[in-house]
Design a protein around this ligand. Sequence first.
Ligand code: HMG
Ligand code: MG
Length: 306
Amino acid sequence: MASQPEPVRIVEVGPRDGLQNEPVPVPTATKRAFVERLVAAGLREIEVTSFVHPKLVPQLADAAELCAGLPAAPGVRYSALAPNEKGLERALAAGVQRVAVFTAASETFAQRNINMSIDESLRTFAEVARRALAAGVSVRGYLSTCFVCPFEGHIAAARVLDLTQRLLDIGCDEVAISDTIGAAAPRDVAETVGLVLSRVPAAKLALHFHDTYGTALANVVAGLQLGIRTFDASAGGLGGCPFAPGAAGNLATEDLVYLLERMGHPTGVRLDAVVAAAGLISQHTGRPLASRNARRLGGDHACAAV
Ligand code: HMG
Ligand code: MG
């Protein structure tokens, strides 16, 4: 008997990665409504904001206020970025259930993004993770620029393996292998993620693709073939990184849901409800959503506050 494809876990990063680069200020109440609709769409892991320096990422300066008003939803886990002890203190005070630390496979990008060398970031994160775990808060690790760095070019797979192991060693329960500028193609995924999988179980990995060159869905298929079952995505394809020139939005959650469900992997997420959630943001900014499925469902639907 043919085996059923396994369910795939989607980590929704729209409220954080999607909004951190948004030039039009989004009111806290609109963000909260966005998160509520993502929950209603069936998403169970939602990265809602960042406890970073508010002057560097003013779009997320309302992190504490946003977290204070989020609806408690059974089975839903809200997480936030916390790159240092100050960020962790703020995240714990706001009551998040999970924090994420983030470094890079490229020294230049780490410096520009978090003002730390890679080694320095891992020392800082070790303390963040120790204190978070002691407080009963789990820790995710992001590794940016795993394939191509906007400053250093091609990144060696061995470097990604080494840093993934170091993030797991300090207490992260999962590492998101990230294509920050959306430049990877399936061959890169096979090479780099394939090498990481020679030492790290698939259950400890997530893939985080941006869609600058239109290769994100193809990269997901490459990841699925390698046995990865967790993917990050952003409703509406919102997003980008203010510290990575040329980075476009994340892979759109609704496009990922279509692909996965069509391939027989249950996600528990309703595609049209994700588009309606992202429509709240589109309505506020006045910009149409970039995703294929938002366009398929029509501009009116994508922008309607339904
Ligand atoms: P720093 O300036 O090196 O920190 O910032 P510092 O420890 O030297 O402190 C300097 C001042 O900042 C102090 O204030 C601190 O209190 C304050 P002062 O005493 O001068 O008044 N400070 C803070 N305030 C609030 N919250 C904090 C905090 N930390 C220090 N957490 C830091 C280091 C990492 C904080 C800074 O560089 C920063 O905030 N960077 C922003 C990074 C960011 O948000 N990047 C985008 C997200 S990552 C991403 O998008 C990639 C990802 O999606 C994966 C992918 O696609 O690749 C995850
Ligand atoms: Mg990202």
